[in-house]
Ligand binder design. Structure first.
Ligand code: SIN
Length: 291
């Protein structure tokens, strides 16, 4: 089966024209996977996927993560995390209402972080003039690494950053429940290379986020002084999210967007509020230990 790939006019991203509800033979899947690796963020418009089809397509890329915040898993489909500002009759959010409000790479706090995430738009908020709200911005951390001065490339070589889930910056009045003692115990600190090499393309990407990284381990195993470490993390994070490395996705209902968490960070823009409703279904594929 033929797929058509149209690159976005940005540092990252492409639209793939393909109906994901159709059977996917090995050759077509290989073409999709190659386009995904090439473009880092790919999107498919006008999809009509059942939960089973969303999960089945995601599973082609690997084992699925069951998100630690169990409250927001879709009933009957624990592989699907609800990302939503919608509330139920009891006035409680039905999904993570502040997912992605700071720059991050999904599940970087795990020893085996996510390979990729697949977000499927069920409801998209709109401004009174009809423009969509709640965009997602993606930063190409490979291009950002490539653009670093050689002195900085040498400085960060061999460093590891400590990722801590519980330190993820919360937005003001975050509706997200505090992590329980069991959830905290399930997410110990983990150190990943500040510059990781993609397991398939072998390209190097910056892999730190100011919202979640709390320190740096130097090659002999010691800790970099805290001020220096946080300064370096902030500098790298700010460098990655420069406009020249970013693509901003404007959502339409029926979009399925998938992104490579080993090569990109993302940020959800919160420029909407109820009664403007946003409802997304996310699957998250487990990846390799970063090297
Ligand atoms: C996420 O970080 O997975 C959510 C992104 C979004 O809702 O746009």
């Amino acid at each position: 089966m033929q797929i058509s790939v149209k690159k976005c006019d940005a540092a990252v991203g492409a639209q793939i024209v393909f109906d994901l509800s159709r059977p996917l033979d090995a050759a077509t899947f290989a073409a999709l996977e190659a386009a995904f690796h090439d473009n880092i963020v790919v999107f498919f418009r006008d999809q009509q996927l059942s939960e089973e089809q969303h999960i089945a397509f995601s599973r082609r890329f690997g084992e699925l993560e069951i998100h630690i915040v169990k409250k927001y898993l879709l009933p009957g489909y624990p592989e699907i995390l609800l990302v939503s500002n919608v509330k139920n009759e009891a006035g409680e959010h039905i999904g993570l209402a502040d997912a992605g409000f700071t720059w991050h790479s999904d599940v970087s706090y795990r020893e085996f972080p996510s390979r990729c995430s697949l977000l499927y738009a069920k409801e998209v908020p709109h401004a009174p003039d009809g423009d969509p709200l709640g965009d997602t911005v993606f930063a190409n951390c490979i291009a950002a690494y490539d653009a670093l001065p050689e002195t900085m490339k040498r400085r960060v070589a061999g460093l590891k950053a400590i990722h801590r889930y519980s330190s993820r910056r919360r937005v003001d009045n975050s509706p997200r429940p505090r992590l329980t003692a069991a959830q905290l115990a399930e997410t110990p600190d983990v150190a990943h290379p500040v510059v990781r090499t993609h397991p398939v393309t072998r390209r190097k990407a910056i892999y730190v986020t100011a919202g979640e990284c709390v320190g740096i381990v130097v090659p002999n195993g010691g800790a970099m002084p805290e001020d220096e470490a946080l300064g370096l993390i902030a500098e790298l994070d700010a460098h990655c999210v420069k406009p020249q490395f970013c693509y901003r996705h404007r959502w339409q209902v029926g979009d399925l967007v998938m992104w490579d968490n080993a090569s990109a960070m993302h940020l959800a823009i919160c420029d909407y509020a109820l009664p403007q409703r946003r409802l997304m279904h996310r699957t998250t594929v487990i990846g390799d230990r970063p090297t």
